[in-house]
Design a protein around this ligand. Sequence first.
Ligand SMILES: Nc1nc2c(ncn2[C@@H]2O[C@H](COP(=O)(O)OP(=O)(O)O)[C@@H](O)[C@H]2O)c(=O)[nH]1
Ligand SMILES: [Mg+2]
Length: 181
Amino acid sequence: MAEEDEEYKVEFPSLKGPHLKITVSGEPSVGKTTLIRSFTGKQLRDEYLPTLGVEITIKRIKVGKTDVTLIMWDLAGQPQFKIVRPSYYKGSAGVVFMFDVTMPHTLARVDDWVTECYNVIEGGPGVLIGNKIDLKEKRLVDRSTAEARASRLGLRYFETSARLGQNIEAPLLWLVSKILG
Ligand SMILES: Nc1nc2c(ncn2[C@@H]2O[C@H](COP(=O)(O)OP(=O)(O)O)[C@@H](O)[C@H]2O)c(=O)[nH]1
Ligand SMILES: [Mg+2]
């Protein structure tokens, strides 16, 4: 290959084993991007930069003896992206809905996120994540309130601190084991 062609060579990761698309949605600033970055080992950003449209990150995990490739779709929560979001849910094997335990309105809005998503995909397991549990003093949503909503929506409930990397694997591993179930 000529030298000038080399710089255009793109290395694609090999997609061994099943690959599962997981979408993560919820109100702006609840911690979706931080969760995905912590989970996939990408560097955390110091300042808050809203996601523009969608950001896709690939993470390979092992479940038992099976290599599984997770294709994580981080959806922008801002209203101006509403028009493009439905196409992003297509083909999701599992979904994550997220809210911030210090901002009750972000939990109230989960119903709308669930509707938006399940209008597009036929089903598939979903989890609800209450994030920012490290902010104990500022916490306004307790576990039982969130659990009640999750169970009404048919979702499994988890709590995380995406920033501290606390409990971030559990919801994703639960989803994957349900999907592969
Ligand atoms: N204290 C705390 N802050 C968090 C946590 N997760 C995210 N944040 C912060 O909340 C802000 C929004 O996070 P981001 O992941 O961009 O939210 P997104 O809009 O849902 O993608 C950023 O300043 C993050 O550092 C968490 O678990 N605890
Ligand atoms: Mg984001």
